[in-house]
Ligand binder design. Sequence first.
Ligand code: NAP
Length: 225
Amino acid sequence: MKALIIGASRGLGLGLVRQWLARGFDVVATRRGAAPGLEEAQRAHPQALRLEKVDIDHPAEVAALAGRLAGESFDLLFVNAGVSSPPEVPLAKVADAEITRVLFTNAINPVRAAEALSGLIAPSGTIGFMTSILGSITQCNGGYELYRVSKTALNMAAVCFAAHEANKARTILLLHPGWVRTDMGGPQAPLDVETSTKGLAATITRHHGKGGVAYLDYQGETLPW
Ligand SMILES: NC(=O)c1ccc[n+]([C@@H]2O[C@H](COP(=O)([O-])OP(=O)(O)OC[C@H]3O[C@@H](n4cnc5c(N)ncnc54)[C@H](OP(=O)(O)O)[C@@H]3O)[C@@H](O)[C@H]2O)c1
């Protein structure tokens, strides 16, 4: 089995790389700058882990990555890359440039990257996106307005993507990792990266090959859109 993980320099992306390596996968993992944890993992698994570079906000870089990987076939593509936004600022007060940055990085560019890389994914493979329960419309209790909007939009963009003819036999997963202690999640989060990513990998494994589109948390529970 072979996985391509986009946005694996640290946090949950790096945790997912470790999970797939532990399960015997060959992994291609991307970062966009320095990534000491990922480089250390590569030194520990020189055969199984290959590193690439891509910033999903630069379409030419995504196209170049697709070109470098041409001819390879992956069972799993997972787009983990994402950014946060200030929790207390209501949407009406956020600067246009910040709205553009968060919407493109969290909602539009993950799906554009999946589209650009989809030719590398097996016809019945799995394509996963890291979303959040904060994108669930029915669960909204305020705060993180821009971030919530971006993850709701990611969910819709991925459901539209799942309806494309090329994805008919694929499994498309929108996964919420829980609230996790990373640079984004902060030190007060209840979950560690290993617990979350172990659950995410088990959930992906359970759904692989089943087809369809699902919005799930790291424990495999279905979430309300
Ligand atoms: N932590 C949580 O509690 C939590 C909860 C729900 C959802 N999530 C989601 O989980 C994902 C990972 O979060 P995390 O907590 O691990 O955050 P993190 O520690 O801040 O890591 C974010 C990752 O995304 C990468 N990234 C950001 N923008 C990118 C871009 N334009 N192109 C390529 N890579 C990019 C970062 O790369 P650099 O190192 O280059 O910046 C880094 O590898 C995100 O999508 C986040 O929204 C997290």
